[in-house]
Design a binder for this molecule. Sequence first.
Ligand SMILES: NC(=O)c1ccc[n+]([C@@H]2O[C@H](COP(=O)([O-])OP(=O)(O)OC[C@H]3O[C@@H](n4cnc5c(N)ncnc54)[C@H](OP(=O)(O)O)[C@@H]3O)[C@@H](O)[C@H]2O)c1
Length: 311
Amino acid sequence: MTDTMRAIVFDRYGDPSVLREARVPVPVRRAGQVLIRVRATGVNPADGKWRSGMFERSRPLRFPHIGGYDVAGEVVAADAGDLAPGTRIVALLDVVAQGGYAEYAVVDRGSVAVIPDRLSFEDAATLPTPGLTGVQMIEEQLDVQPGQTILLTGATGAVGRFALHAALGRGARVVAAVRAKHVAMAEALGATRAIALGEGVSAEGAWTGAPFDHVADTVGGAVVADLCRRVRADGRIRTVSTTPIPSDGLPVAPVFFGVHADAARLAELARAAAEGDVVVEIAARLPLAETAEAQARVDAGTGGGRIVLIP
Ligand SMILES: NC(=O)c1ccc[n+]([C@@H]2O[C@H](COP(=O)([O-])OP(=O)(O)OC[C@H]3O[C@@H](n4cnc5c(N)ncnc54)[C@H](OP(=O)(O)O)[C@@H]3O)[C@@H](O)[C@H]2O)c1
C-alpha cells in the first residue's frame, strides 16, 4: 500500500466543475476507526448540496474536501481482534471528515456493517444514506404503529423506497404521493394507495380518505403542503428535504431531521437488500474520474436510481 491515493477533491464551493482529481495522503486511522479500501461509492443528492455550499454556515467544510459519504469496500486495518483485513464492509462516513470519492477512507467502527456474501459492493454502496434516512424517519422520528395511515411523499425515490419498506414492515397503511408518472411504480413497490403529486394535479383533490396519522416527506416545498393539511392534529410531519414545507394552515409544524450513522440498522438493511426485500436500482456505474458527471446527473434527478462510482 502506498502513502498516497487518487481522490476527487474540491477547494471551494460551487457547481460540479469545482471537482478535480488529485493525489492526496491516504487517511490515517485512529483507534476505534477502520481504514477501508473503497470499492464503490454511492452518489447522493446531498453530495451536490455540500459541494455547492448549502450548509456552509451550519457545518463548514475544510478544503480540500473529499465528498461522497456512502462507501463499500474491504477492511485494510482495524483495531486488534476486530474486523479482519479483507472483510467486506459498508459504511456511512462523517461528512465533515474526509469522504469516499477516493481509493481509501477511514470511518468510525460504529458506522460500519459487514456486507452479506450475496450483496455486491455496488449494491451495498446504495444503502447507507437513503436506507438509514428512510428507516430512521419511520422508526425513530414517527414511531409508526401497526394500522396507522402514513402519507409518504416521493415514495419511489431512494429514501422513499426504504421508508415505504419500513412502514409496511411495521404494519402501516402507506399512501404514496409521487409524480403522476411514478404512480404505477409506487403501487408495484407495495404502497397501499398511490396518488399523483404536483405536475398540475390538485394534491388537495387527490386525497379524500381519512386523515393521515403522520407524514413522512422526502420532497418538500409547496407541492406537498396541501396534502400535509390532512394530517391529524396530534400527528407528526417529518421532512428530510432542504426545501421547507410552507407551514401556513398545517395542523402541525413540519420538522426537518438529518440522518445519523447506525451500524445495527445498516446491517439489517444490508441483510434485507441481500434477500431482495428492498432494492435501489443502480442508474449508472461510473469510474471515479467521472464524479463531476455523476454529481451533475444526480443534481438533475435520476428517477430514484443511484449512481455508483468505482475507484
Ligand atoms: N436530511 C437528511 O438526512 C437526508 C438524507 C437523505 C436524503 N435527503 C434529501 O431527501 C431528498 C430525497 O433524496 P433521495 O436520495 O431519495 O432522492 P431521489 O432518489 O432523487 O428521490 C427523490 C424522489 O422525489 C421525487 N420528486 C422530486 N421532486 C418532486 C416533486 N416536485 N414532485 C413530486 N416528486 C418529486 C423524485 O421524482 P423524479 O425522480 O421524477 O424527479 C424522486 O422520486 C433529497 O432532497 C435529499 O437531499 C436528506
